[in-house]
Design a binder for this molecule. Structure first.
Ligand SMILES: [Zn+2]
Ligand SMILES: [Zn+2]
Length: 226
C-alpha cells in the first residue's frame, strides 16, 4: 500500500473510532495533507482493496470501514461518550476489541423476526455471561463481498432459532449459519486486530480459514469441512 493510501486508511479508521462517523473528504484532506482529488483517488484504491466501502451513489461517502459503519444496519454501539453504528452482529461485537479507551460498550438491536429489543454489555475479557439469543449470518463467506452492505445487513441477532426460522420463512430465504453469543464474541475478538495501526494488511484466505476454525466455526459456509 502506498504511503498516501495508508495515511487515508488510518485517517478514516481513526476518525470513525474517535467520533462514530466517517470523516468527509475535506476532513481527510486536512488530516493527511493531501489534496481533495488525491484523497478521492486513495478512497477508490481502498474501496478496491476492500479496506473501505464507498457509497455507489456518492463516492465521497465512506459507508463502511469494518467494523465501523456510517449508516444504520440494525445495531447501535454505545461507548462512554461515543455512539457508533455497528455494521452487523459481528462488527458490533468487534468494536470494543479495537478501542483502547472503551473497555466495554452497550450493543443494542431488535430481533428481525418479532421486534423484541435486545441489549448486551460487550467487553474484551469474556463473552456475554447471559443471553440465549443466536446470531444468524445469511451470506456464505465466499460471497460476502458480492454486496457487502447486504451481507452485513443480514448478519443479525435473533431471540432464538425459532425466530430465525420464522424470519427465513417470511422472507423466503434459505438458512445461512447460526451461532451462539459465545461463538460470535470469539469470532469478533481478534478478527480486526491491528486495523487501527500502521501497516495493517487484511487476512489472506488461509489465515481466515484457520481463524474461523479456531473460534469454533465449521462447514462450507466458512470454507471449512463439516
Ligand atoms: Zn424474536
Ligand atoms: Zn459486518
Amino acid at each position: 500500500m502506498s504511503s498516501g493510501t495508508e495515511r487515508v486508511r488510518l485517517a478514516v479508521y481513526h476518525g470513525f473510532a474517535r467520533t462514530g462517523r466517517a470523516p468527509s473528504v475535506p476532513e481527510l484532506a486536512a488530516l493527511t495533507g493531501l489534496a481533495l482529488d488525491e484523497v478521492r483517488q486513495e478512497l477508490h484504491a481502498l474501496h478496491g482493496s476492500h479496506d473501505v466501502v464507498l457509497n455507489p451513489q456518492d463516492n465521497d461517502q465512506v459507508v463502511m470501514a469494518h467494523p465501523f459503519a456510517s449508516v444504520p444496519l440494525g445495531f447501535s454501539v454505545m461507548g462512554a461518550t461515543t455512539l457508533w453504528w455497528g455494521g452487523c452482529a459481528w462488527d458490533s461485537f468487534a468494536i470494543p476489541h479495537l478501542l483502547q479507551d472503551e473497555p466495554d460498550v452497550l450493543v443494542a438491536t431488535r430481533c428481525p423476526a418479532c421486534d423484541t429489543p435486545h441489549a448486551w454489555v460487550i467487553g474484551r475479557d469474556a463473552p456475554p455471561q447471559r443471553g440465549t439469543q443466536v446470531a444468524h449470518f445469511l451470506t456464505p463467506m465466499h460471497r460476502a463481498w458480492d454486496d457487502v452492505v447486504h451481507t452485513c445487513a443480514n448478519q443479525r441477532l435473533f431471540c432464538s432459532t425459532d425466530c430465525v426460522d420464522t424470519w427465513l420463512r417470511r422472507t423466503a430465504q434459505e438458512r445461512g449459519y447460526v451461532m451462539d453469543l459465545g461463538t460470535l464474541w470469539r469470532l469478533a475478538r481478534d478478527w480486526y486486530t491491528g486495523r487501527l495501526e500502521p501497516g495493517y494488511t487484511r487476512r489472506d484466505p488461509d489465515s481466515a480459514f484457520a481463524y474461523f476454525a479456531e473460534v469454533g466455526l465449521h462447514g462450507s459456509f466458512w470454507g471449512l469441512p463439516d
